[in-house]
Design a protein. Structure first.
Ligand SMILES: [Zn+2]
Ligand SMILES: [Zn+2]
Length: 350
């Protein structure tokens, strides 16, 4: 029923930026520990991903860019983008291992070996065809979706990271076989600056990109309102063969980089709804990756809770990992979220 694989490599630790950079692999390791302490791996299979050949990256990245990342890895210093993503020794292998994890997750779904596959080490939604961005080197999501399309005709991606999934949107902008939905904070000068309601995809992919820009301060109540009004009907209409969740932990109210206010309760409700939809429309096929998340403890708790929900082992032992309370939104936030929902219903005929 919930046959679940957890993709893991100890080499995920290679992809952890040095010094005071906020992106650290400790989140994944803490989440795994929370799961281990609750005997989750008696039910969930842990699998090590085989390393993909570099050439596979060319499905979504330029060869020159892949070579550039390799050179910068050897050099061990400098930047991979305009400032957010520093190079260091091990970043190429680290990024390749984590990308391999998401590709392997999709392959397991294609081979029908599991119906649920989780790769907390994945979710690099800012990476572009020819450049790194926002701590993301290779876009594992776009790559895995492209590979999945060799078998499946419709794959729905729901990105709940606090930042807009701009790299994935750009790489799959003309693709009608994938529905890209991103819920994110949208605010003046907030990274990456894109993700407004009028970005809906291009040419044949028009209408297959849905952006839900949310104001700072959006709590569980208004977030779930937008989710229930837009995401659920859009996914139902698309009837996906696979549901992919990009579960970035930085929409959490304690995150230092994003101003959204989701609690672990809000996260659980979102993942639970998508899990239900996957069973209803997608023969249960569900792939979940990690993503951002700079409040490490909150991200790890949220990932452990949602992993347990997907694996069908959520119980009182996971309940203790929750935040104390659900979060609410101000009237100002509610008005803006209602307006966004109204506009999206018109734009996407929902
Ligand atoms: Zn299930
Ligand atoms: Zn993020």
């Amino acid at each position: 029923m919930h046959k679940t694989a957890f993709i893991w490599s100890d080499r995920y630790s290679l992809y952890s930026f040095p010094g005071d950079h906020p992106f650290k692999s400790i989140r994944e390791f803490m989440a795994k520990k929370f799961l281990e302490e609750r005997s989750a791996f008696l039910t969930i299979d842990i699998l090590e991903p085989p390393l993909i050949p570099e050439e596979l990256l060319y499905l979504v990245h330029d060869k020159e860019y892949v070579e550039f990342v390799k050179r910068m890895d050897e050099k061990g210093s400098g930047l991979l983008d305009e400032g957010d993503t520093p190079a260091f020794k091990g970043i190429f292998e680290g990024a390749l291992v984590r990308t391999s994890g998401t590709v392997y997750a999709m392959r397991l779904l294609m081979e029908e070996k599991y119906n649920h596959v989780i790769n907390l080490g994945g979710g690099f939604h800012h990476a572009k065809r020819d450049k790194a961005s926002g701590f993301c080197v290779f876009n594992d999501l776009a790559l895995a979706i492209k590979i999945g399309e060799e078998k499946f005709n419709r794959i729905a991606l729901v990105d709940i990271d606090g930042h807009h999934g701009d790299g994935t949107q750009e790489l799959l902008r003309d693709d009608p076989k994938s529905l890209k939905i991103s819920l994110h904070m949208f605010h003046r000068n907030f990274f990456p600056g894109s993700g407004n309601v009028d970005e809906i995809g291009e040419s044949k992919g028009k209408g297959f990109t849905i952006n839900i820009p949310l104001p700072p301060g959006t709590g569980d109540d208004a977030y779930l309102y937008a989710f229930n009004e837009i995401v659920i009907p859009a996914v139902k209409r698309f009837e996906p063969e696979v549901v992919v969740i990009m579960n970035g932990g930085d929409s959490h109210f304690t995150d230092p980089l994003v101003g959204l206010k989701l609690s672990t309760h809000g996260y659980l409700e979102v993942v639970k709804s998508l899990h239900d939809l996957a069973h209803k429309y997608s023969n249960g096929r569900l792939l979940m990756t990690g993503g951002g998340g700079y409040s490490y403890d909150a991200t790890a708790r949220e990932w452990a809770i949602t992993t347990a929900e997907i694996a069908g082992i959520y119980d009182i032992e996971f309940e203790v990992l929750h935040d104390q309370e659900k979060t609410t939104s101000s009237n100002f936030v509610w008005d803006r979220v209602k307006d966004v929902v109204k506009r999206l219903k018109e734009i996407h005929n929902l």
